[in-house]
Design a protein around this ligand. Structure first.
Ligand SMILES: NC(=O)c1ccc[n+]([C@@H]2O[C@H](COP(=O)([O-])OP(=O)(O)OC[C@H]3O[C@@H](n4cnc5c(N)ncnc54)[C@H](O)[C@@H]3O)[C@@H](O)[C@H]2O)c1
Length: 436
């Protein structure tokens, strides 16, 4: 029994490699020929901890292969996962054209009774829509919703040790249920983590999870603004609030606004789904608006430090990825900052340990990228910390002070707020923290 993963991006490659690790024979298919070429040559097109060894081992042991012939991969498979992108459309809804294209290909090429598993994040109703697309296939195609909850940066661990696996299918679909239970059994050995439910609930669960997490972040970003007004410290508030067992400590960090390929688009898509059904989801819509405003926070702080005039200022930016341990820059707050700085005539020298290539593709020579983080700080009028990579946690501040033209630090992640930087002669500005 072969498993085919259509879409070999962050989700598809990790999921495919992890299923292979549990003994399945997996073929990863992608229409992006260059990506498949890199994988066939033994390379990994993305940065994700632990993925390279996992892919190499499973390729060597014959359980994992790659192809750009998507139709052929579908022909061979009994379980066909759809892990293609579902980017936002202009109106906030999800663009389902890639999902539709794969469903159509399945309808035309399937060679046995099979299941199509929707792992991409798709709005409520997509399972039903895909059913219509595959209903005239030459063999029965069962449609299952199985949204993915992995986090970039911890994706392999998240996949192999999930909090839960959500599977949406018809109650009487024993064929699909048995296959899904079996393929996830190896990652649920200690207890059954597969939560079966109806497809619409499974589809909605993914959006609700992401929106709730995003809402916590946006709420704390608002509270950070209030902290600045009233002289409180958002670190202390977070600690106090997060210690409450009913609330918990995660996703309460104030910062430059959430980014990535999921939260921004999924919150918008949930709002859009509500509107399609005549419902204004006020909390979700506000979460999105608050985040948009927050993404401008570092730029506004910089402007305030330079009397509204950033022309000719040299700004060092540490971190372009939307979070540490990934090279993904999609919707990163760092991009919002750099776009605004460029528009205002500032010069940017940026550093990121893994995302430099992706950032260069976006900015070309409009932004200078350096290999050594300290080179970015040389002659800088300000240093902005945008991604809390571990190597930025404890830099040599004496050296930074010598290198910088003006010792202004704008700490978008609040990682240096307790380091006594003001006492060392820096001008320190964080997000809702007092600093010292
Ligand atoms: N990235 C995450 O952390 C994450 C987490 C959970 C869920 N998701 C969801 O998973 C889905 C995929 O996300 P991603 O980050 O892996 O995207 P991605 O852009 O990294 O990868 C998508 C891949 O699909 C391929 N593709 C597109 N159309 C295709 C087609 N018709 N046939 C074959 N391949 C095709 C693209 O070439 C690309 O390689 C999205 O719906 C996303 O919302 C992402």
């Amino acid at each position: 029994m072969k498993l085919c993963m259509v879409g070999t991006g962050y989700v598809g490659l990790v999921s495919g490699a992890c299923f292979a690790e549990t003994g399945q024979t997996v073929i990863c298919a992608d229409k992006h020929e260059e990506k498949i070429h890199v994988l066939e040559e033994g390379g990994i097109p993305i940065f994700e901890r632990g993925l390279e060894e996992l892919v190499q081992r499973n390729v060597e042991e014959g359980r994992l292969s790659f192809t750009s012939d998507v139709k052929e991969a579908i022909r061979q498979a009994t379980i066909i996962f759809v892990a293609v992108g579902t980017p936002p459309r202009g109106d906030g809804g999800a663009d389902l054209s890639a999902v539709d294209a794969v469903a159509q290909m399945v309808a035309e090429n399937v060679e046995r009774e099979a299941i199509i598993v929707l792992k991409s994040t798709v709005p409520v109703g997509t399972n039903a829509r895909v059913r219509r697309l595959v209903q005239n296939a030459p063999h029965r195609v069962h449609v299952v919703s199985n949204p993915e909850f992995l986090k970039e940066g911890d994706a392999v661990q998240d996949f192999l040790r999930p909090d839960r696996v959500v599977v949406g299918l018809d109650e009487d679909d024993h064929f699909a249920r048995d296959l899904m239970a079996r393929i996830y059994h190896p990652v649920c050995l200690d207890k059954n983590r597969v939560v079966f439910m109806d497809p619409a609930s499974a589809e909605l669960t993914k959006y609700v999870s992401n929106t709730m997490l995003a809402m916590r972040i946006s709420f704390m970003n608002e509270i950070a603004m209030l902290c600045e007004k009233v002289g409180a410290d958002v670190h202390a508030v977070r600690h106090g609030v997060g210690s409450d067992g009913r609330i918990g400590p995660k996703f309460l960090y104030a910062g430059p606004g959430y980014g990535g390929s999921c939260f921004p688009k999924d919150v918008k898509a949930l709002v859009h789904t509500g509107r399609e059904h005549g419902l204004e989801l006020e909390l979700a819509a506000t979460t999105d608006r608050v985040n948009d405003r927050q993404k401008g926070v570092l730029f506004r702080k910089l402007k305030a430090h330079f009397d509204d005039d950033l022309r000719g200022k040299r700004i060092a930016v540490w971190g372009v990825a939307f979070k540490p341990r990934t090279d993904d820059i999609r919707e990163s707050a760092s991009l919002t900052l750099m776009d605004a700085l460029l528009a205002d005539g500032a010069t940017i020298v940026a550093h990121d340990p893994e995302a430099e290539e992706n950032a260069k593709q976006r900015y070309g020579d409009r932004v200078s990228f350096v290999e050594d983080a300290y080179d970015a700080a040389k002659d800088a009028d300000a240093l902005c910390l945008m991604t809390e990579w571990r190597q930025y946690q404890n830099p040599d501040f004496d050296r930074l002070k010598e290198l910088m033209r003006r010792p202004l630090i704008v700490d978008g992640r609040n990682i240096w707020s307790t380091y006594g930087l003001r006492a060392q002669g820096f001008i320190y500005d964080g997000i809702g923290v007092r600093g010292n």
